[in-house]
Design a protein around this ligand. Sequence first.
Ligand code: NAD
Length: 428
Amino acid sequence: MIGTGYVGLVSGACFADLGNDVICVDRDIKKINNLKKGIIPVYEPGLEELVIKNCKNGKLSFSSLLRDSVKRSDIIFICVGTPTKKNSSAADLSQVYNVAKEIRNSILKFKIIITKSTVPLTTGDEIEKIISNKKTKKLFSVVSNPEFLREGEAIRDFTFPDRIIIGTNDKKSKKILRNLYAPLISKGAKYINTSRRSAELIKYSSNAFLATKITFINEIANLCEKSGVNIEDISIGMGLDVRIGSRFLRAGPSYGGSCLPKDTKAIINTADKFKTNLSIIKSVIKSNEDRPLLLLKRINTLLKGKFRKKKICFLGVTFKANTDDMRYSPCLKMIPSLLKKGAIINYYDPTGFKKELSKYKNISFSKNIKSAIYKADLIIIHTEWNDFKSINFKSLVKNKNFTIFDLRNIYSPLKMKQLNIKYFAIGK
Ligand code: NAD
């Protein structure tokens, strides 16, 4: 596994647990040294135990030596980052292509080179061109095997995937990969073989569709707020239609994280190259980017335009619960704007202090829920951790005139009314 981040480390540990000999490689030497000591670089439930168990039984090891690890491996998964390019909407493929260049010099016997990173249509073709020379010509096959795991549920998603997509026409690779995934197929995972380009596009289309679903229900929530309708009735009523499905149909803040924001942009960029206008996805991106501003307007109304010295507490700051990932978290747009208006912010997150927020003044981290909300004028429930689901606000908040803005619709407005708490939610 090349790249030991969320995807590489989880996949590596899970493949080792299935009985394979796995080397997880990363250019970040500190990360590798920590992993050798059992220190896990990301928050992912169950991962630490899985890593330690498989290191102990000799199935999983860590290395910063890419070429040596490639030489010793039959199957190479590229799991490096594919962020958005600076000043562009395209995916920055420099990490992927750098890895491909390094692999080129380590091919002495047949190897399958797989992109597990999310890479745009035709990237496999490019990797093939980079690696191919007189010596390597018949000694490798480039396959697309996109990853669909979700942070916070990654081990379960890897072990019980909805589907496994293998994009290749190469017979030998097909056979080897079917064997590799046999333990998951026997547990019910659907195994689909496509062309390499199809596999690349399946991943982007899936993420763009999920982003569309979230954005769709968020916009319907806006309508609910103005028309006295409860968005949760709409989500349930729509979701029961099997053609629609209930998942990703819960209104909330904008979507964030390391995948949907960058992948929606990248698919548009790819489509542009093929002179195709993906107008729906364009409007999804715009709507999602505008959403934090819309939420800020609601906060403005809740505070009657008075932000100066107002104590605002964020419960959860990551892009969703059960992860420590801050990439494109909605609060990264909201917090600076609230600070600029004169608010004083403190936050609590079960995954701890966030360096992404440390550059601002008038913001502090609280070590527990109690101290976070104690002095708050406004409590913003930003993520849906279980820890936030049964807080006794009445007894814990000192200021008896506090307001709650629940961006995840965790609490019952009726119960809050009975408790005499000023409570506002999404789409209600
Ligand atoms: P990440 O940033 O957490 O990890 C990437 C790792 O690759 C880093 O540790 C980095 O040091 C390493 N790396 C970069 N260049 C390297 C090189 N030349 N040699 C060795 N290591 C190198 O990224 P991630 O979240 O694991 O995502 C990886 C890919 O998988 C992305 O394309 C992403 O879109 C995709 N993906 C992510 C998720 C997710 O939930 N995070 C889910 C599905 C797919």
